[in-house]
Structure formats: C-alpha cells, structure tokens
Design a protein around this ligand. Structure first.
Ligand SMILES: [Fe+2]
Length: 334
C-alpha cells in the first residue's frame, strides 16, 4: 500500500491571508509560506481581502499598512470586528518603523509587526507563535463549551428546571448592567449564572426530580453541589473568576447557609447576586406541585422576605426596583 507523502491534508494546513497593493511583494511573502507548507491566499488590496476572508477559512492575516483606499490599519480593524468572538491574529507588515504607527496598529488590534524589508525567519517565527496562541484560545473555548453543554444537557430532560441556568445567567447580566458593572464583569456574571449549579451534574434523577421533600440524607448530598461545582471548574483558568460565586451561591445573609456559613459582606458579591436571582427564577418557574407564579406574586414574596436573612437586603431592594421598573416599562426580564 502506498503511504501518503504527508499526513497533513490541504484543509488542515494553516492558511495565511497576505494583503499588499504590490503584487511583487505578495509573491515574496507567498514564497516563504509555500515553502513552509502553508496554504496561502493573496489579495491586492483590502476589498478583495475581505471577500477572501468571507469565502475561506483563514487562520492568520499579514497586512501591508500603506495601501491606497482602505489601508492596513483600517483593514486590521475590520478583520478584528468580524472575528470579535474568537482570537484571530493579525500581523502588520510595514516600512513604517516609528512609534506612532505601532501605537496606531495596536489601537487597531494588531497582534504583531514586521518591518520591511522583512526577514523570512522572523516572519515565520512570529506567525507560528501567534498560531500556537490561537490554538490555545480554541482549546479553551472548547473546554468552556463542553461545560456549558453539560449544564444544558443536565436540565434538558427535566421539564421543571429546563433553561433555569441560562435564565439565571441572562438575568445576572441584566442585573449587573442595572447596577452599573463594566461590560467585562457582566460577562463574568453571566458565566457564573450559567454555571452555578454545575455541581449537580452527577446527582441521581431520583434526587433531582423528587416531587416530594428530600430526606435529611438526600439534603446532605444536594448541599455538596457548590463544592463539587467549584472543583469541576477549578482546572480551567478562564473559570477562576466565577469560582467564588459557584462555591457561595447558597450562603445566606444571616450566616445560616452552606457550605461555609459565611455571613453578610463576607459572602462574595457575585454569590449574593446569584442567590437572589436563583430564588427569583425558582419561585417564578412551574413546579410539579404547583403552577407558574406571576411576577407580581414572586415580587411580593421577595419584598416581604427582604429582611428575613436569606438575601442581601440592599441588593434585594435594587433587584425589586429593577424588576418593577421593567414591568412598568412593559419590558420582560431575561
Ligand atoms: Fe445551587
């Protein structure tokens, strides 16, 4: 049997998009990458580059800066906006060596620079290192997506809890925005909301869907889920920011919660927020033993119990304010 010459098929080779307004320059860069086993796409200017980008799977772009019409800075910005949900590396290839151009390049999102005339080895080394970084980003995204999918799968078979974690995640983002948190922290809050009950993943359905009250032994098992959730997410660096929220979302303001019996402000802020939203969604959802409750009814219960020790009373007040103003404006909550 004849073996293939290379295990690396055409579609699995890294593909590079090279953009320049001078075809001789394109050919120089092309030669370097073809020799190194890359798939090369070339574009004489920004518009054909965007067409190629939209038609092929491109791993990295190398852009000349000085081009007529849309220059390399603007094209870099455009490519970055088209790829804002994942990491797409861009190198600017420029004769401009001054500080101001590099600052403009960084502001436009460029990941690295190469000066003209370029050194082939330096260019290849920078491309390889950025592709490695891209690979790491993708692995991280996959790991996160697997964990998010586990949550959806866990809730999917249960009519009563279906969508609970996603709703708490959306609500967390909305409440965070109401409280004036910056965008980056809203994403952390959303992630924490989605993941707060991940620790229930290994529990038997007999416990999770039991229509009657849990026995003391079953309660002990269920109370382990914040710690189990924390240990599931701990190995992932990108989950570090949500670990305190997962661990402490069942703590109570009066210190009678679990697992650490933290009290008041000792409970991490994100966990105090989730405790309110978790209760709100659970109360508003349909259950085997009762129908869905109206928002007004749930709000009246929360208002009555605002100072009873379960939740941070100030945050609860702000949450009630947000829900009431959304109701007055005729807007639904997440
Ligand atoms: Fe929980």
């Amino acid at each position: 049997m004849r073996l293939p010459f290379s295990l690396m098929q055409e579609e699995s080779r890294p593909s590079v998009l090279v953009v320049d307004d001078v075809s001789a320059n394109l050919e120089l860069v092309e030669a370097v990458f073809l020799r190194a086993g890359y798939t090369v796409h070339m574009a004489l200017g920004a518009n054909p580059a965007i067409d190629i980008f939209n038609s092929y799977s491109i791993d990295i772009a190398i852009l000349d800066v000085m081009m007529p019409g849309i220059n390399g800075f603007e094209l870099c910005k455009k490519l970055k906006s088209l790829t804002d949900k994942f990491f797409f590396p861009v190198i600017l290839l420029t004769a401009l060596n001054d500080k101001k151009s590099r600052i403009t390049g960084i502001e436009c999102g460029a990941d690295d620079f190469i000066s003209k005339p370029f050194d082939a080895l330096e260019l290849l080394t920078k491309v390889k290192s950025l592709l490695k970084l891209k690979e790491l980003h993708e692995e991280l995204d996959h790991s996160e997506n697997i964990i998010f999918s586990l949550i959806v799968a866990m809730e999917a078979n249960d009519y009563y809890t279906k969508g609970h974690s996603t709703r708490v995640g959306d609500l967390a983002k909305e409440f965070g925005s109401f409280l004036g948190f910056p965008e980056k922290e809203l994403e952390i809050l959303k992630k924490a909301g989605i993941l707060h009950d991940i620790g229930k993943i290994g529990f038997s359905e007999n416990i999770l869907r039991k229509p009657a009250s849990l026995t003391e032994e079953e309660k002990k098992i269920v109370r382990k889920h914040p710690l189990i959730g924390e240990s599931i997410c701990r190995p992932l660096l990108s989950m570090r920011s949500v670990l305190p929220a997962i661990r402490s979302h069942h703590e109570r303001w009066d210190g009678n919660g679990y697992p650490d019996m933290l009290k008041g402000d000792d409970i991490p802020l994100m966990a105090r927020i989730l405790a309110i939203l978790d209760s709100y969604d659970a109360m508003a959802s349909i259950r085997p033993y009762r129908d869905k409750r109206t928002v007004d009814y749930v709000l009246s219960v929360m208002k009555k119990e605002q100072y009873d020790g379960q939740w941070d009373p100030e945050l609860t007040g702000l949450f009630l304010q947000m829900v009431s103003s959304a109701a007055i404006a005729g807007e639904g909550l997440a």
